[in-house]
Every structure is written in structure tokens, then in C-alpha cells.
Ligand binder design. Structure first.
Ligand SMILES: Nc1nc2c(ncn2[C@@H]2O[C@H](COP(=O)(O)OP(=O)(O)O)[C@@H](O)[C@H]2O)c(=O)[nH]1
Ligand SMILES: [Mg+2]
Length: 228
């Protein structure tokens, strides 16, 4: 007889949010990561606003089962109507601009401001992605310009293509490593009696991540979650 209880077979539920101007390729990026597909004429499904995937995160001699939930803006970014609630639960952010659109690049500063206002802390984990790097002939933002911006805000910068899949996984792996490292540092600091919680620093250790497969959208309960 079925017990009716949901089985939780992962160690961490990690939520990421993809941000950036409309048309930069957020939805395509997330589909490329979870399903390995790209549609040049993408039609988003109304009401479905996150993708899921299981990975194994291995670092510092330990392996953990991670259930990744990748939230999309479902078109709301067009109207700048993202509410505080939208940012609140995310533990890491993929800030995406389009290498063929200067406007989307200049808007990165505004997105960072929004993030600092609404995210769980003033210094959230963010990976900056210059997307559509397959369209080299249409590029208007140079790698140098993008790296300068990333340096100014102390963010990792990765050039990606949701079309060919180049660096898509690398970008998410980088963000997961930053978030897991922050969580581990927070747990260690919390466990020390009499210690104040200090802001965690970026990962130097570079954990490894193994993909287990994509999931259909269904809300799963959170097992361990960091809102440090
Ligand atoms: N060539 C190319 N086209 C892309 C890439 N990413 C997205 N696109 C196209 O850009 C358009 C907008 O993508 P979409 O994922 O809907 O952007 P969103 O509004 O940020 O979610 C679509 O026509 C995509 O096919 C990419 O990396 N390379
Ligand atoms: Mg979209």
C-alpha cells in the first residue's frame, strides 16, 4: 500500500534564478542545460517557470546529491514586474546578457542593483554570462569590455551559447560550486561557539559536478536549504 509520503532522495535542494533582459536567451539557456536542446523559435509554456535537474556535487572528499531547481522569469522581466518574492528563495543567480545587444549589456548594472536590493543578502552568488557567443559576426560587446564589468563587480564571467551548448554546464557548475562553498562555510562558522557569522568568500577549491538527468517540473519539498 502506498504511504502517500514523498520520497526525498537528495541531500540539497538548490534554487537558482536566471536574470537579464528579455531576449538574451534565459529560457534557451535553461533548456539547453536540462534537456540539451535548442529551439531557434522558442515558444515558452505559460505557467511553467522552472526546470529541474539532479547532479552529484563532489568536493573536499565528499559527494552530495543535489536537486537543482532553475527558475526562469517566464516573461515577467519584459515589464520589470519581478517582485521581491521572486528573488527571495534563490540561492544563486545567473545574470545573462546578449553579446549581440549592447543594451542588454548596459542593463547588467541595473540587474545587479535589483539583486542587491532583493536577494537574500547584499553579496549574493552571481555568475555573469555573455550569451549567444556562437553569433561572433553579430557581436557588439567585446570579451574585454565584459571582463572589465565582471571585475568591477567581482563576478566570474563566462561566454556561453545556448545554441551550441558551449559553457552552459560550466556556468551552472561554477555557480553551484560557489553556493555549496558558501553553505559549507556558513555551517562551519555557525558551529563555532562565540563566533560571529562572517560573509563567506568565493570558492577557490573547485568541486566537481556529475549530472544525473533532467526532471519534469514538480515542486519537491526542501530538505536542507541555505538562506544565509
Ligand atoms: N544564436 C543564438 N540564439 C540564441 C541563443 N540563446 C537564445 N537564442 C535565441 O534568442 C531568442 C530569445 O531567446 P529566449 O531564450 O526566449 O530569451 P529570454 O527572453 O531571455 O528567455 C530566441 O529566438 C532564441 O532562439 C544563443 O546562444 N545563440
Ligand atoms: Mg524566456
Amino acid at each position: 500500500m502506498a504511504s502517500g509520503k514523498a520520497t526525498i532522495d537528495y541531500d540539497y535542494l538548490i534554487k537558482f534564478l536566471a536574470l537579464g533582459d528579455s531576449g538574451v536567451g534565459k529560457t534557451s539557456f535553461l533548456y539547453q542545460y536540462t534537456d540539451g536542446v535548442f529551439h531557434s523559435q522558442f515558444i515558452s509554456t505559460v505557467g511553467i517557470d522552472f526546470r529541474e535537474k539532479r547532479v552529484i556535487y563532489s568536493a573536499r572528499g565528499r559527494s552530495q546529491r543535489v536537486h537543482l531547481q532553475l527558475w526562469d522569469t517566464a516573461g515577467q522581466e519584459r515589464f520589470r514586474s519581478l517582485t521581491t518574492a521572486f528573488y527571495r528563495d534563490a540561492m544563486g543567480f545567473l545574470l545573462i546578457f546578449d553579446l549581440t545587444s549592447e543594451k542588454s549589456f548596459l542593463e547588467v548594472t541595473n540587474w545587479l542593483e535589483q539583486l542587491r536590493m532583493h536577494a537574500y543578502c547584499e553579496d549574493p552568488d552571481i555568475v555573469l554570462c555573455g550569451n549567444k557567443c556562437d553569433l561572433e559576426h553579430l557581436r557588439v560587446v567585446s570579451e574585454y569590455q565584459a571582463r572589465q564589468m565582471a571585475e568591477r563587480y567581482q563576478l566570474p564571467y563566462i561566454e556561453t551559447s545556448a545554441c551550441t551548448g558551449l559553457n552552459v554546464r560550466h556556468a551552472i557548475d561554477t555557480l553551484l560550486d560557489m553556493v555549496m562553498t558558501r553553505m559549507e562555510r556558513t555551517v562551519v562558522k555557525c558551529a563555532m561557539p562565540g563566533r560571529r557569522l562572517l560573509p563567506p568568500r568565493r570558492s577557490q577549491d573547485g568541486g566537481t559536478i556529475t549530472e544525473l538527468g533532467a526532471q519534469d517540473n514538480n515542486t519537491l519539498p526542501s530538505r536542507r536549504k541555505c538562506n544565509c
